[in-house]
Design a protein around this ligand. Structure first.
Ligand SMILES: NC(=O)c1ccc[n+]([C@@H]2O[C@H](COP(=O)([O-])OP(=O)(O)OC[C@H]3O[C@@H](n4cnc5c(N)ncnc54)[C@H](O)[C@@H]3O)[C@@H](O)[C@H]2O)c1
Length: 286
């Protein structure tokens, strides 16, 4: 089924008829799943840990940023269900990937969980699906890793499958800024991918900053990536600023777009865990 730039999917999103899958029900995924359910979508949360799935299905909260009553309400009303079964992805119109990417000793993100869930998703991807990677990762992951895997079966990005990167920027424990009012960067693989992803997030998040590609969004939030990348990119005396600059040069990104996005991504923090990004922006601006 040709989607003509995402039109049928846009309608489903607008009417709250889309089914949203959230993969990884941790600090990022569970608040996001609850937010999407409260926005009016039917949400399926998928996690490999059966204990978490059982707790969600009992309406039992385990993440401090989630309100106990809100979780009970969305589970009780049937808006949020959790499972360990990836086959649930077949019924999803929107899939948000929120799996962990811990830093390796080389200070590069370990993307093994992304690779694993991408494989599960590729086997179940279908026309009219929006997929957004939210995990923190190195520039290029969306276009070099997810895109080939998800389109290997013949789906065409921007026509029947919509793929974007939108880095999660939640600051756990922050009393002022939660998932719904933490500003969000979005970069699509094609203009149609961006349009669908932006429209989706606009339903539930106060401010969206569209950027020209997933790489820009990935680079704007990659400042903690260190030693391994600096070797690969041949950066002497690595620092967050130098590594990020090297990514910009390596991928021929527009410097001012990345720095603007960096600034935007930090706007909604009162106390940011990403102080490195902020100091990087400050030093670029000075
Ligand atoms: N927590 C934060 O403050 C924060 C802020 C910004 C960005 N991020 C990024 O968001 C991403 C998620 O972080 P988090 O803090 O929510 O992690 P987390 O460890 O709290 O949650 C990840 C969840 O994914 C599940 N999981 C792991 N591998 C899986 C797989 N193969 N299939 C299904 N489920 C799987 C885990 O069981 C866990 O419940 C990371 O990339 C992180 O860097 C986190």
């Amino acid at each position: 089924m040709k989607q003509e730039g995402g039109t049928p999917l846009l309608e489903k999103i607008r009417r709250r008829e889309a089914v949203v899958g959230v993969v990884g029900l941790g600090y990022v995924g569970l608040p996001l799943a609850v937010l999407q359910a409260r926005t009016g979508y039917r949400v399926v949360g998928i996690d490999e840990v059966s204990g978490k799935v059982e707790r969600v299905n009992r309406g039992e909260n385990y993440i401090s940023d989630v309100d106990d009553a809100e979780l009970r309400q969305v589970v009780g009303s049937g808006r949020l269900k959790a499972t360990t079964d990836f086959d649930a992805l077949r019924q999803c119109d929107v899939v948000l990937l929120c799996v962990p990417t811990p830093l390796t000793p080389n200070k590069e993100p370990d993307i093994s969980a992304i690779l694993k869930v991408t494989g599960e998703l590729a086997a179940r991807a279908h026309p009219g699906m929006l997929v957004v990677l939210e995990s923190t990762t190195y520039p290029g992951t969306t276009e070099d890793v997810l895109l080939p895997a998800l389109t290997a079966g013949g789906l065409k990005a921007g026509q029947d499958l919509f793929l974007a990167f939108s880095p999660e920027r939640v600051d756990p424990g922050n009393r002022s800024f939660k998932t719904h009012n933490t500003f969000k960067l979005v970069g699509g693989v094609t203009p149609a991918c961006l349009r669908v992803a932006q429209m989706f997030y606009e339903q539930s998040i106060v401010k969206i900053h569209p950027v020209s590609s997933p790489r820009v969004a990935e680079t704007s939030t990659c400042s903690r990536i260190g030693a391994g990348a600096s070797t690969r990119l041949r950066v002497a005396a690595p620092s967050p600023v130098k590594v990020t600059r090297a990514f910009i040069e390596n991928d021929s990104l527009i410097f001012s777009e990345v720095t603007d996005s960096c600034r935007f991504a930090c706007t909604s923090y009162s106390i940011s865990p990403e102080t490195i990004t902020r100091s990087a922006v400050r030093s670029w601006m000075s």
